[in-house]
Design a protein. Structure first.
Length: 236
């Protein structure tokens, strides 16, 4: 219990951790969307721009789940903030904190488990738009297939130790990973994307139907609901 909780005389509820590794433009609109749709409170952290202090301050065992967003950074940069974030993430994974890692998050987690990350296409071009993605059944949702927003220049090139492919597409063989034992899933696409995300990524809104955004948002809601259910049914 922190000082604010002691002052108010209340017991702190479970919450969702949102980590935005943005190195230039924070995805505040997406974070706000997640916060408004979450059935539990959320915390929002920007380690690349403001350091690790707020993340380190997260009390062990207090969160019910975590979403790790995308970034313009490359995992191959090996920046100091990336190494610090990886060390913290390793502890959360060991503690079995349910985690959904998206785009850069997908690549960072895969790299942590030994995968190679490199250009999505030989020319180094940036992939933007929509992609049909098929997802296997997971603890937080049934098997599904639909169009998801994509915006990335790199991808995971090998399946890391202890993980398996659970999302795939015609363009990207490793479009999502699941850990064999831990509640840890990753997606190269952006299921959290909204209209503001499209504008920020220079994706024409006419390319993306409302149904595609709804499909992605449904996936995220299913994951968040799973974290809340897990938190309230497993001993803390």
């Amino acid at each position: 219990m922190n000082d604010f909780d002691k002052f108010r005389g209340v017991t702190r509820s479970p919450h969702l951790i949102i980590i935005d590794p943005a190195s230039d433009r924070p995805e505040t609109a997406n974070a706000n969307q997640l916060a408004l749709s979450s059935p539990v409170p959320t915390t929002y952290h920007l380690p690349a721009l403001f350091g690790m202090d707020s993340i380190v301050a997260e009390e062990p065992g207090a969160a019910c789940g975590m979403i790790l967003l995308g970034s313009a950074s490359s995992v191959n940069d090996r920046s100091p903030w990336q190494r610090q974030l990886e060390a913290w993430l390793e502890r959360q994974f060991t503690a079995r904190l349910p985690t959904l890692a998206i785009c850069f998050g997908h690549q960072l987690v895969a790299s942590m488990f030994g995968a190679t990350v490199g250009p999505a296409v030989p020319s180094g071009a940036y992939l933007r738009g929509l992609r049909q993605v098929s997802l296997d059944q997971a603890a937080w949702g049934p098997a599904a297939s639909g169009e998801l927003v994509v915006a990335h220049g790199e991808e995971v090139l090998s399946v890391p130790t202890g993980m398996h492919v659970f999302a795939r597409s015609q363009e990207v063989a490793i479009d999502g990973l699941a850990h064999d034992e831990l509640p840890l899933w990753t997606l190269q696409s952006h299921p959290e994307a909204d209209r503001s995300f499209l504008r920020g990524q220079d994706i024409s809104p006419t390319m993306v139907s409302t149904e595609s955004l709804i499909f992605g948002h449904k996936l995220v809601r299913q994951f968040v609901q799973y974290t809340v259910t897990t938190y309230t049914t497993e001993p803390l």
